[in-house]
Write a protein of this length. Structure first.
Length: 244
């Protein structure tokens, strides 16, 4: 039942992303880069949709801030707003597909609880991030990276060809992967990991206590540590321990 929900979610994400490509006018970035400072309210949720978009996030006790560096002709097509504690970055309504040569957003807030990414978006957590719970949803060809996480419960739902590069520690991690995703977390010391996969996915993890794996298709798992491993499902992939 769990895998059916993941499969339906994956199909829905793909349909949504594909629909955005039909009957649209493509705008290429002109290479003339401008910078903008945008006054914003504080937020704890991020929702970003775009192409060749990089978001550099910092948790800070200072006032929330946001700056943008992008192509001059792309800027008028972008909508950035904060509403209901959510920072939204997306194309303005209309049949336009943006292809910027450069699109970087630097921003900070006092708290980060949820990150939703769709399209081709890189989200980088700068410095350290400590939280009781963090949820990440990504669809398309997205990447989330973090150098110093300290999370009690981390949930990631990835669809398409998404990747992670995570460092730090997390007590509990819940993964739902669909498509051809790569969960790279050898430097994220984890207590317990529960993972549902559909498609052809790879996991590189550091787990101390328990790995619960529910695969459908190919799931290649490489792990550090000495966890108990429980596997239920159909898996034609490989499971190996890294002993270095």
């Amino acid at each position: 039942m769990k895998m059916k929900k993941i499969a339906y979610w994956f199909i829905g994400c793909l349909v949504g992303l594909t629909a955005c490509q039909w009957n649209v006018r493509q705008v290429e970035g002109n290479g003339t880069i401008i910078q903008k400072e945008i006054p914003i309210a504080d937020y704890k949720y991020v929702s970003a949709t775009g192409n060749n978009l990089e978001i550099q996030y910092t948790r800070s006790d200072e006032a929330p801030a946001l700056s943008v560096s992008c192509d001059e002709n792309i800027w008028p097509l972008v909508e950035i707003r904060v509403s209901n504690d959510t920072l939204t970055i997306e194309p303005k309504p209309g049949e336009i597909l943006m292809s910027p040569t450069h699109f970087v957003v630097q921003t900070c807030s006092k708290e980060l609880a949820t990150v939703n990414l769709a399209g081709d978006v890189d989200f980088a957590v700068q410095d350290s991030l400590k939280s009781n719970r963090l949820t990440v949803n990504m669809a398309g060809k997205c990447l989330i990276s973090a150098q110093a996480l300290d999370i009690h419960h981390l949930e990631l739902n990835l669809a398409g060809k998404c990747e992670t590069d995570l460092h730090g520690k997390a007590e509990n991690v819940e993964l739902n992967l669909a498509g051809k995703c790569d969960y790279e977390a050898l430097s994220l010391e984890t207590g317990s990991l529960k993972c549902n996969t559909a498609g052809s996915c790879s996991l590189q993890v550091f787990v101390n206590d328990r790995i619960e794996l529910h695969p459908v298709g190919i799931c290649n798992l490489s792990y550090k540590g000495n966890p108990q491993i429980v596997q239920e499902g159909v898996n034609v992939g490989n499971i190996k321990q890294i002993t270095e």
